[in-house]
Ligand binder design. Sequence first.
Ligand SMILES: Nc1ncnc2c1ncn2[C@@H]1O[C@H](COP(=O)(O)OP(=O)(O)OP(=O)(O)O)[C@@H](O)[C@H]1O
Ligand SMILES: [Mg+2]
Length: 274
Amino acid sequence: MGEKIVEARGVCHAYVPGRQDLRGVSLDVAPGELVAIVGENGSGKTTLARHLNALITLQAGALSVAGLDAADPEALWGLRRACGMVFQNPENQFVSSVVGEDVAFGPLNFGMSEKDARAAAAAALGAVGLPGFERRDVHALSGGQQQRVALAGVLASGPEVIVLDEATSMIDPQGRDELVRAVLRARAERGATVIWITHDMELAARADRVVVMRAGEVAAAGAPEDVLVDEALLASAGLEPPMPARVWAELVRLGAASGPASVTVEGLVSALCA
Ligand SMILES: Nc1ncnc2c1ncn2[C@@H]1O[C@H](COP(=O)(O)OP(=O)(O)OP(=O)(O)O)[C@@H](O)[C@H]1O
Ligand SMILES: [Mg+2]
């Protein structure tokens, strides 16, 4: 196996003594990979994500991110910098109501000079498609724009890993598409690794790999076209296949199609036209 940017081995977590909110999660992520994490409410997705940038102290198991050991208290700031997070609620993640100040906060906090932080903020705003937005009021932006400002705030610190925790669930489809595009561009241009926690199975279908969480464990991990067509596995995790796979399965049941299902709309269309 090659180099890993995230390496988790048997990570366990209990918010309250006696509970098992994570029960031995092992997960490897390769640099530049786009990994989707899916699972029903309470399956441990956010708890796992919070470990990646040291928002949660490691209780048991081993975890390294970008070569930093999460068990090492000295690695805390390194982990915060190496792994940036965008959360669900756009309004809850701003430290300043002025866009430019908010985006520059991370770099300043990590010790960059005022001038460099401002330059990093401007570059990050450009990268998310909001060039020149520095003086705007975050509260006057759409939800989708706010999420892109939050993403810019993450990008400005130059993280190796970007974690998005249901970052599209409170914004409209247009905002979602804009955020997805900005994330994919950041990945292509900066070689960032992306971990996308989502309830949107069509979004998960676009990942390199899908990880299914179930009751604090990894129930399955693999290519979307393998994992997201497994109805029994997904049902056991409280999930359904993405719409194109459900349509295909129904056509197969009706005898109107045969062969492996596609998990994307594009794949479904080309299979139907073939
Ligand atoms: N701050 C907390 N204090 C106590 N228990 C918590 C806390 N956060 C989460 N839990 C519990 O830990 C378990 C895993 O929760 P977690 O938030 O990681 O799930 P999730 O997969 O992110 O769910 P969702 O899809 O609802 O965001 C759940 O049983 C939850 O109730
Ligand atoms: Mg969550």
